[in-house]
Design a protein. Sequence first.
Length: 255
Amino acid sequence: MGIIDFTDTSVTYPGGLTALKGVTLSIEKGEFVVIVGLSGAGKSTMLRAVNGLVPVAGSVVVDGREVVGASRSELRSIRSDVGMIFQTFNLVNRSTVINNALMGRLAQVPRWRSFLGLWPADDKEIALRSLERVDIVEKAYVRASDLSGGQQQRVGIARALAQEPNIILADEPVASLDPVTSHLVMRDLQRINEDLGITTLINLHFLDLARQYGKRLIGLNDGRVVFDGDIADVDDEVFRGIYGRAITPDDLVDK
């Protein structure tokens, strides 16, 4: 078994839309996996299935724990080991950078401490180290709203790192960033994977980023896995098979 195992995994949303269809695959500990596909192919649903955030049929096992049918306390335990990075950053803009990073420690401290802002010194140190790892520690006491988009995404990565997770899920983390910043963020994620060995799954739209930074590529089309292999074996013909059409400049960050 891997650190994440999907077995005949399907997701059907209320209303009847089936976004994931009979997915069976295994993600090994420490892998750096890029998931690509058109909008609506099931990329975000696949990540959310890992956290038990969508109605799943079949099986999803995360680090030896079954997500499907898990109790609330079991899901909290699973989610505490899984860091999430969002396309829209999901920061508290009126709060400081370090307070946003400390949100990654919520599962580890009593609720009253986080409510009053009385974070233990050890947790503050973890948050500062996380900010340092993405080269933004000098902004620790700046309001998040005063940061650029790229800086905000780095804070989002630091918040995930502050959880000290075994797994990081990144849902289109560069979709709203310019090309230069997109490369910086992808390099941050790549370096974190290499240095800390955190299993990393990233949804991407931009195929050139997938080819440059990915190691394993999973291609989804209409909720099904249509490619799963080494990025070294991926060429334009493979991408055309995943997307069901010719590649366009909109599929590339470096146009």
